[in-house]
Design a protein around this ligand. Structure first.
Ligand code: SF4
Length: 466
């Protein structure tokens, strides 16, 4: 296990000094020797009273830490950023306003158990509830770590059956839990079943295994994955202390197997809510050829209250990254909309003002400049080329883009018209719906004769079109 990475390797807590390398670098040994009791953790760390109190609590979100990951903790530092992510404290038992069990409404947006179909062309497929170690802020703590919530073979078949009959899905993200803790044969079966569905173009894996258990990223795993390309993967690193020579080697094996790597991190109070820590993190990631992809605002999920920051802190961090370092190293800062709104990017405002023909912009240094827009721009010139590309239908999810495209004129909250009818019922001034149909928008029958009625509906994709 050697490579030329600049990151430290071979770190072990004193307790593991005599474990032979064959065991230490065996992912199965790491999994079966995870730490989860006060007694086991006390062999590696001095536990504080709030930590002991939490570990003794009933209904505690599962604790399990691989010996490898526990060894990255500085046992003498109560603020150690890795320790805070995996060792429970009494603070996680404190409820907070707006806290929810399923704050992203994932289960509500699942047509079958474990398959979240939130966006038009992609799904999140939960394939296990198990992880190599457990993060105290986990968004899916309602099911993760609980063996009774594990997805059955019948539910897996229902997920596959849904995907086979839903050709609008072109991208499947395997997550959980962590797909890389599955038995190797089962993981390959899932991936090969997805690959056999013609309209699924890409398969993504969301995994923290390279961080918790880099020895699981074996040459055999990399060989298996590359049989099913295009495969993409997002890993999950929150703090530079999680980056080791072992993680760098795992990333190297994956990128050499042609798996593009991104990183998702969560903004965590007292752990990584600092521009300087985030700069170090993104620089170390790009050195490993891992593209910083998302920085998430911490969700409104039970147990995570003490990790939450203001949204303003995330904006400040992006202000401190954009322009100050390579664009490749700047993640999108995302608030995952509570209630199931999906990922909403948030950033500093770089547009200072606008007028017809001009946009006034500011850069990261405060330099203010003018972009002069063309006065003869023809947005229809591309139409002959655009006609050759099959539009992808987004039934019911066109959103603001649908307004820009002229497919709709309004987006109304549910029951908007009922509220504004004020219980008055139908009367002579409401008899003709045509009076509210805007000319040239959408496909209102009979309204735009010879135009909207003739406009072609976007073709529906079949199972074989890409
Ligand atoms: S690895 Fe992901 S799914 Fe598992 S506990 Fe951490 S955040 Fe939750």
């Amino acid at each position: 296990m050697t490579s030329a990475t600049p990151f430290p390797r071979g770190r072990r807590a004193k307790h593991y000094a005599d474990i032979p390398d064959e065991k230490w670098y065996d992912w199965r040994w790491q999994m079966s020797n995870r730490l989860n009791t006060v007694g086991e953790l006390a062999q590696v760390l001095d536990l504080s009273e709030p930590e002991r109190e939490a570990l003794a609590a009933k209904n505690l979100f599962r604790v399990d830490i691989t010996p490898y990951f526990a060894s990255l903790i500085d046992p003498a530092d109560p603020h150690d950023p890795i320790r805070q992510q995996v060792i429970p404290t009494a603070r996680e038992m404190v409820p907070f306003k707006s806290m929810m069990e399923d704050s992203l409404a994932e289960d509500r947006h699942s047509p079958v158990p474990g398959l979240v179909h939130r966006y038009p062309d992609r799904v999140l497929m939960l394939v296990t509830t198990q992880c190599a170690s457990y993060c105290r802020y986990c968004t899916r703590s309602r099911i993760v770590g609980d063996p009774t919530q594990t997805f059955s073979r019948k539910e897996f078949e229902a997920q596959i059956e849904y995907l086979e009959r839903t050709p609008q899905v072109r991208d499947v993200l395997l997550s959980g839990g962590d797909p890389l803790v599955l038995a190797p044969k089962l993981l390959e079966e899932i991936i090969s079943r997805l690959r056999a569905i013609p309209h699924i173009e890409i398969i993504r894996l969301g995994s923290r295994v390279p961080v918790f258990l880099p020895m699981r990223v074996t040459a055999e795993l990399a060989d298996m994955l590359q049989k099913y390309h295009p495969i993409w993967m997002n890993i999950h690193v929150n703090h530079p202390n999680e980056i080791s020579g072992e993680l760098a080697d795992a990333c190297d094996r994956l990128t050499r197997a042609g798996v593009p790597l991104g990183n998702q991190s969560v903004l965590l109070a007292g752990v990584n809510d600092s521009v300087h820590i985030q700069r170090k993190l993104v620089h170390d990631l790009v050195r490993m050829r891992v593209r910083p992809y998302y920085l998430y605002q911490c969700d409104l999920v039970e147990g995570a209250g003490h990790f939450r920051t203001t949204v303003a802190k995330g904006i400040e961090i992006i202000e401190g990254l954009r322009g100050h370092t390579s664009g490749y190293a700047v993640p999108h800062f995302i608030v995952d909309g509570p209630g199931g709104g999906g990922k909403i990017p948030v950033m500093p405002n770089y547009v200072v003002s606008q007028a017809p023909g001009k946009v006034i912009l500011r850069n990261y240094e405060g330099f203010i400049t003018t972009y002069t827009e063309p006065d003869d721009y023809n947005p229809h010139a591309v139409a002959p080329l655009e006609d050759k590309v099959l539009p992808r239908p987004e039934p019911g999810q066109e959103g603001v883009f649908g307004l820009l495209q002229g497919r709709d004129m309004f987006i109304k909250p549910a029951k908007f018209d009922d509220v504004h009818a004020r219980g008055g019922g139908t009367h002579r001034l409401k008899a003709d719906d045509k009076k509210w149909q805007p000319l040239g928008i959408g496909h209102a029958p009979g309204l735009i004769e010879g135009q909207a009625d003739d406009a072609p509906e976007p073709p529906q994709l079949t199972g074989t079109e890409k």
